[in-house]
Design a protein around this ligand. Structure first.
Ligand code: MET
Length: 342
C-alpha cells in the first residue's frame, strides 16, 4: 500500500537529558563506554516511539547516536585530526573550532551501519537515514592536506558512497544527504557540489534525498536570515541543476520562511520534502497551519510526490516542543490527506 503524503523529519530530534544536555548543539555525552552505547540505543527507541505516536510514516533514528550531523561522521574517518583544531567560518556565517584534515581521508570501518540495523529492527515502516553531504563536510573542517575544497569533496563522496551502500544493505529505504552549504555556495554547488553528491549516491537502489535548508534555529542562523530580505531565492541557484540530477527527493524549508513557494516548479518531477514545521521557534504549529503550508505546496508539486516534513533538524529544541511539532506535522498531513481523498 502506498502512503499518501508520507510524513517524515529532516532527521534530528532532541536527546533525553540523561544522554546529553538538551537544547544545545554539539552537546557532550553524559555517559561513557558500554553505558553510552546502551543509552544511545534506548534514546533511539524513544525517538522512534515519539515519531510513531505522532503518526510519522517514514521513520528516522532522531540522530540519537551522533553528537552532530556532520562532525560525528567525520570523527570516524582516518586522515582527520580532532586534537588539531582551527577556527574557521562555517557557511560564511559563524566561527567554529573544527578538526583538521592532516592526511589522505578514508573510512576504516562503517560508521552508522549497526545503528541503522538497530533502527530497522524497531519498525516495519520505511526508514530514512541521514548523512552529511560532501560539500557541507568540507565546510565544517580545516583542510591542511588536499588544500582544495573540490578534491576533498570527491574523496568524501567516495567514502559516503561506501557507507550509503552498506546502509542500503542494512535495510534503509531512503538515504538523505544534508547539504545546507548548497544554500550559500551556489557556484561551487553547480561546479562540483551536485556532481560530488551524485557520486555519493552512485549505484544505490535505495531512494536518495538531499536536504537543503537555512539551518538550525540557532542565533547565527536567525541573524543571517534577517539579512536575506523579503524574498529568499537561494534555492533558485541550485534547483535547475538538482532537477537534472539523479537525486530522487529534494528537502526544503517552507514553514514561516520567505522562500517563494513557486520555486518548487524548478524541481518539477522530483519528490519534494516540504518543510511544514519551523524549527527556529518554540511555538508549536497548529495542524491547520501545517495543512495550509501543504495545500500551498500542492499548487507546485503533485500529491504523489509531496512528503510533509520539518524545515530542518529539531535537535536544539526542547523535547516537549519537538513532540508537539511532530504531532502537528502528523495531524496537519492527515487533514490534507482527507481533503485529497474527498
Ligand atoms: N539531518 C540534520 C538534522 O536533522 C540536518 C541538519 S542541516 C543544518 O539535524
Amino acid at each position: 500500500m502506498t502512503i499518501v503524503l508520507p510524513t517524515t523529519t529532516a532527521g534530528s530530534l532532541p536527546k533525553p537529558s540523561w544522554l546529553a544536555q538538551p537544547e544545545t548543539l554539539w552537546s557532550p555525552w553524559k555517559l561513557e563506554g558500554e553505558e553510552l552505547v546502551a543509552g544511545k540505543r534506548d534514546a533511539l527507541r524513544l525517538a522512534v516511539d515519539d515519531q510513531r505516536q505522532a503518526g510519522i510514516d517514514i521513520l528516522g533514528d532522531g540522530e540519537q547516536t551522533r553528537q552532530h550531523f556532520v562532525t560525528t561522521f567525520i570523527e570516524h574517518l582516518d586522515g582527520v585530526d580532532f586534537e588539531k583544531r582551527e577556527t574557521v567560518r562555517i557557511r560564511n556565517r559563524y566561527d567554529a573550532s573544527v578538526p583538521t584534515v592532516v592526511g589522505a581521508v578514508s573510512r576504516p570501518k562503517p560508521v552508522f551501519v549497526d545503528d541503522a540495523r538497530f533502527l530497522r529492527a524497531q519498525t516495519d515502516r520505511p526508514i530514512k537515514w541521514t548523512l552529511p553531504g560532501p560539500m557541507t563536510m568540507i565546510d565544517t573542517l580545516y583542510d591542511g592536506h588536499y588544500r582544495s575544497r573540490e578534491k576533498l569533496a570527491w574523496e568524501f563522496a567516495r567514502i559516503l558512497n561506501e557507507e550509503a551502500r552498506e546502509l542500503e544493505a542494512a535495510g534503509v529505504d531512503i538515504i538523505q544527504f544534508d547539504e545546507p552549504a548548497f544554500n550559500v555556495f551556489f557556484d561551487e554547488a553547480n561546479d562540483w557540489g551536485i556532481a560530488t553528491l551524485e557520486r555519493a549516491a552512485e549505484g544505490l537502489k535505495a531512494e536518495t534525498a538531499v536536504h537543503i535548508c537555512y539551518g538550525y534555529g540557532i542565533k547565527a542562523n536567525t541573524d543571517w536570515k534577517k539579512t536575506l530580505g523579503s524574498e529568499w531565492r537561494q534555492y533558485e541557484g541550485t534547483f535547475p541543476n538538482l532537477q537534472r540530477s539523479k537525486i530522487d527527493i529534494i528537502s526544503l524549508e517552507c514553514q514561516n520562511s520567505r522562500v517563494p513557494m513557486d520555486l518548487i516548479e524548478l524541481i518539477r518531477g522530483k519528490k519534494v520534502m516540504v518543510g511544514a514545521i519551523d524549527v527556529a521557534t518554540g511555538t508549536i504549529e497548529t495542524p491547520e497551519q501545517v495543512a495550509e503550508t501543504l495545500r500551498h505546496a500542492l499548487r507546485f508539486v503533485d500529491a504523489d510526490k509531496l512528503y510533509p516534513a520539518t524545515n530542518c533538524g529539531m535537535a536544539p529544541l526542547s523535547r516537549e516542543v519537538a513532540r508537539g511539532k511532530l504531532k502537528a506535522l502528523g495531524a496537519g498531513a492527515a487533514i490534507v490527506r482527507k481533503e485529497l481523498a474527498a
